[in-house]
Design a binder for this molecule. Sequence first.
Ligand code: PXP
Length: 246
Amino acid sequence: MTRLRLGVNIDHVATVRNARGGAYPDPLRAAKLSEEAGADGITAHLREDRRHISDADIDGLMEVLTVPLNFEMAATPEMQAIALRHKPHAVCIVPEKREERTTEGGLEVAREENRIAHFIAPLRDAGSRVSIFIAADQRQIEAAHRIGAQVIELHTGAYCDFHAEGNIAARDSELQKLTEMSSLAHSLGLEVHAGHGLTYDTVSPIAQLPEVIELNIGHFIIGEAIFRGLTPAIAEMRRLMDEARA
Ligand code: PXP
């Protein structure tokens, strides 16, 4: 099986910084340390309300990173202009609602095919790989393929939530969907990524899906870094991914 890439999402370093409005902890320092700890990429979500990552963070990441930046963004003209200015390695289009605590569901591509197709075309033309964050749903995957996305990222949030609630039947049914849909996406020629809510307890079955070639993980790693430090927190995630993949 191909080696699984780990993208470390540093949004929540910025969440802690913004709690006091100062300059620390610095997400750029976390990004550089993540690189040194073996992250294959850095993910950052510039939200419309700038609740964590700021415009200046994106400027800084583009300047200092040696690994690819996966720039998560909503499908809005403002974010499109920012992405076109920076031309990051990858853009991941996510749904965004102001009132949500985190990205709760996948993007509704099937119902908005035309709009999203027009939205992503200039990003792809500018050289960014376009990824669409979607639920493990055949309609959404086929729509993502039709509009010319190169990558889909499957939303693992429901699978992780069911695991945390101890609802094993629902968790396994969600895992089955993720398994079938990663295979469908791959057969259509899409590159398959996955992420959201993954922890040491939930990562292995996702890492075992042969078509998935990248995981994007943030909140748990940053939380775990409080207890064991960022480098060991990433190393343990890497170890579990490699073990699952072996
Ligand atoms: N992938 C996408 C598309 C996301 O929106 C997020 C959260 O920003 C993640 C991965 C990482 O999720 P988590 O922080 O729960 O690991």
